[in-house]
Design a protein around this ligand. Structure first.
Ligand code: ZN
Length: 83
């Protein structure tokens, strides 16, 4: 009977997720993506993960930015300041 004396291969429980992308037009998301790039360059994978978590959650925190994007990309409409 043989007994293993080394570790086995790593267990992969799920397909790795794609890193979240910054929301277009959001300066915070762009800054987080830049931080992530720097962290990746420094091999600081903990910081990379932190940036990914913040990026994934950030769109929920800037509905005004999404509204602004929708306004900027919508067809031109006459402004209606009185209504
Ligand atoms: Zn954002």
């Amino acid at each position: 009977m043989s007994s293993r004396t080394t570790m086995g291969p790593p267990v992969c429980l799920d397909v790795p997720r794609r890193p979240p992308e910054p929301a277009p037009g959001c300066d915070v998301c762009v800054a987080l993506a830049k931080q992530r790039t720097v962290a990746r360059g420094l091999s600081d994978l903990s910081a990379v993960s932190d940036c990914n978590v913040e990026l994934a959650a950030h769109p929920e925190k800037h509905p005004m930015a999404r509204q602004r994007i929708a306004e900027l990309t919508a067809p031109a409409r006459a402004e209606n300041p009185g209504a």
